[in-house]
Every structure is written in C-alpha cells, then in structure tokens.
Design a protein around this ligand. Structure first.
Ligand SMILES: NC(=O)c1ccc[n+]([C@@H]2O[C@H](COP(=O)([O-])OP(=O)(O)OC[C@H]3O[C@@H](n4cnc5c(N)ncnc54)[C@H](O)[C@@H]3O)[C@@H](O)[C@H]2O)c1
Length: 353
C-alpha cells in the first residue's frame, strides 16, 4: 500500500518510524507533506521518503495513494480529512478528531457518503499493557467488570515538546483525558452519564491541567477517570495509565512498573506487561511510542481485511462525546449524558468554523 503522511511535527516522528518498520509488511510511504518546508524535507531525508510537499492539495493531485496519515493538530483535521475523502483516499487522522463535535460528525458522514474508510489514531487502547488487560477481561477471569479506575497522573514536563499546551483553553481532558476516557469505554462499555471536576493548578496554563471524572456506564458499572499534568511524585509514572478493574469474581491491577496483578477467584497471578525497546523507542515512553506502530498495524490490517478499523471515525465519536460531556459537566456542576450520533446527515457547509 502506498501512503503519505501530512504533518511532520513532534509526534509525527513516531508515525514516520512506525511506517518505516512496516515496509516489511508491504507499506511504502511515498510522500510527506508539511506547510513548513524545512520539516517536510527533513522528514523525507531522514526516513528515505521519495517526495515531499508543502501543499496537501498538490500532494493529492500528484500522488496515487492508498492511504493518507494526518498527524497535524486538530484545527486542520476537518479540511484535510475532507480533502483526502474527495480524492477517495483512505484516511487516518490523529486525535483529537477535530475542534468540535459538528466537525467530527461532518467528517464521519462525508467519508461514509463517499465510502472512504476513515480511522482515528487513538493509540492508548493498543498499548501493550492495555492489550494485556483486554485479554484478561475477554478471558472471563474476573467475571463481568463492575468498577474501574483509570489514571494518567504525571508531572513530566510535557510543555517542553508541546509548548502550545500553556495556551490551550481545553487542555488535560482534550489532550490526554480523551485517551483515558477511550480506555474506560473499551474496558467497561459505553457511558450513560458522567460528572467532572476540573482544576488549573499550574498558573502558566490557560486551561484545565487536572480532571477527575466519575462515569456511570450503560452496563451499570462505575468508573473513575483521572488525568493531570501537575502531579508531583517520584518516581513519576509518565506516560503510563494505571488501571484497576474490579469484576464479579476477581480484579485486575496495572501498577507503575508494568506489573499486572490478576485476582481470579482465590487465585492470584502476576506478570510483566511492558514491552521491549525498539531501535527507535526510548524509555520511559517506549510503550507509548510502540503503540503508534501497533495502532497503524491494526488499522491497516482491518482495511486489508475489508473491515472498518476498530478506531473508526464513527467509533471515535463516542469517545469525543465523553470529552464534550466532561467539559459540560465541569461547567454545570451536574452529571451530563454524552451526545449520541444517530447517523443523521448534516450538511458539510453547516459546520461552524
Ligand atoms: N496519540 C498520541 O499519543 C499523541 C501524542 C502527542 C500528540 N498527539 C497529537 O498529534 C497531533 C500533532 O501534535 P504535535 O505535537 O506533533 O504538533 P506539531 O505542531 O509539532 O506538528 C504539527 C505539524 O503539522 C504541520 N501542519 C499544520 N497545518 C498543516 C497543513 N494544513 N498541512 C500540512 N502540514 C500542516 C505543522 O507545520 C507542524 O509541523 C495533535 O493532534 C496531538 O494531539 C497525539
């Protein structure tokens, strides 16, 4: 499959490494594109990509692509996804899906109308430790899950590589809470309502840097979803998500050192669920970096099998709806039911810019 990457910034370096690893699997990145010519050329030179562009329109007009991977920031996603769909090119787009719900729905409906597969690069659920948790749940070892706690708490200097965080009016929930909310969905199912308290603990931040959310799932399960960039703890668990899931007959706990303890009836087992370093990954964020490769592989495998990706645009609407509900709940001080997409068609032109 011939692909192109749009956006060659900070996080795209992981995408570039992962696509290079997938050459052996029949994937070839034939072009990269960034409005910054220096970044476009650097990506092409470093990763041996034959052509580079500064204009996405020119990219689509010049290349025969089987897929495009969009790793720009969310403000650009709607226009770039619609451009790709107009050219009939399968599309992967980074999270957050877009700047608002209407744009997210518009992209899903535009892609559906054109019958072009659309996937969101939602990678936390593909992290090796989270896949291990999913396997235990699926095995039935703890019975039906009834309670969960999913926590991403760090004081790691995330502002160094993403200085725009200080200016983001919506920060912790939209940037990382979105992943943790996605995990809550994956582990405990869809959500009936949620409440949320936000805090802005770092005076340099405009938006919230801490959120504590309480979810009631449609199964009846309850979960706590926490995220902060302002925890002060040694050792720091960045960039791990710590998990506790209690079920009818047991529990799963994922600890800081990638140790998973499973209680199943009267049996207790323990195993390491970290992953080894790849040539391009570095501790402590290797598990997060590797998940980029695992996400890309899962999306491509689904497409090759003629299926929608697990993290399709439509699936991601349910995660995005939780983010919106969390902000609404924090503002109102009340529990809020997430928006549900019912597949109604809205005109692309009606999308607010
Ligand atoms: N999934 C994860 O774990 C994870 C981690 C970090 C960042 N991200 C996401 O990745 C995305 C990118 O974040 P980043 O920190 O790499 O941002 P960045 O600003 O470093 O990179 C974005 C790049 O896109 C380019 N760009 C902007 N508009 C463009 C356009 N119209 N056409 C072509 N190129 C364009 C910019 O010049 C820049 O090089 C964000 O949505 C962010 O939330 C995801």
């Amino acid at each position: 499959m011939r692909g192109a990457l749009i956006g060659c910034g900070f996080f795209a370096q992981n995408h570039l490494n992962a696509w290079r690893d997938m050459r052996a699997e029949g994937i070839e990145l034939v072009a990269v594109c960034d409005i910054d010519p220096v970044k476009a050329k650097a990506a092409a030179d470093t990763f041996g990509v034959p052509r580079h562009y500064t204009d996405p329109q020119t990219l689509f007009e010049s290349e025969q692509l089987d897929f495009v991977d969009i790793a720009t920031r969310m403000e650009t996603h709607h226009d770039l996804v619609c451009l790709a769909v107009r050219h009939g090119v399968r599309t992967i787009v980074q999270k957050p899906f877009a700047s608002d719900w209407q744009q997210c729905v518009s992209m899903v409906e535009t892609a559906r109308a054109a019958r072009v597969p659309l996937a969101v690069h939602e990678n936390f659920r593909f992290q090796a430790p989270m896949q291990a948790v999913r396997e235990v749940l699926a095995s039935g070892a703890i019975g039906a899950p009834t309670w969960g706690r999913f926590a991403f708490r760090t004081g790691f200097d995330v502002y160094k590589t993403q200085p725009y965080f200080h200016q983001d009016k919506k920060l912790a929930i939209l940037d990382v809470g979105i992943h943790v909310l996605d995990l809550a969905r994956v582990f405990l199912g869809e959500v009936r309502h949620l409440s949320c308290e936000t805090q802005q603990r770092n005076p340099r931040n405009v938006g919230e840097d801490t959120a504590t959310m309480l979810l009631r799932h449609t199964s009846g399960a309850v979960s706590l979803v926490e995220c902060t960039y302002e925890a002060r703890q040694i050792p720091d668990s960045f960039p791990q998500t710590l998990v506790t899931i209690e079920g009818e007959t047991g529990s799963i706990k994922v600890h800081e050192d990638f140790r998973m303890v499973v209680t199943s009836g009267n049996e207790v087992s323990e195993r390491s669920i970290g992953s080894p370093l790849l040539p391009w990954t570095q501790a402590p964020w290797h598990v997060a970096q590797e998940s980029v490769l695992l996400t890309q592989r899962a999306i491509i495998a689904a497409w090759r099998a003629g299926r929608e990706a697990e993290t399709s645009g439509a699936d991601n609407l349910n995660t995005y709806a939780l983010v919106d509900a969390a902000y609404a709940a924090a503002e109102s001080g009340r529990a809020v039911a997430p928006e549900v997409w019912r597949g109604e068609t809205i005109a692309v032109a009606s999308v607010r810019r």
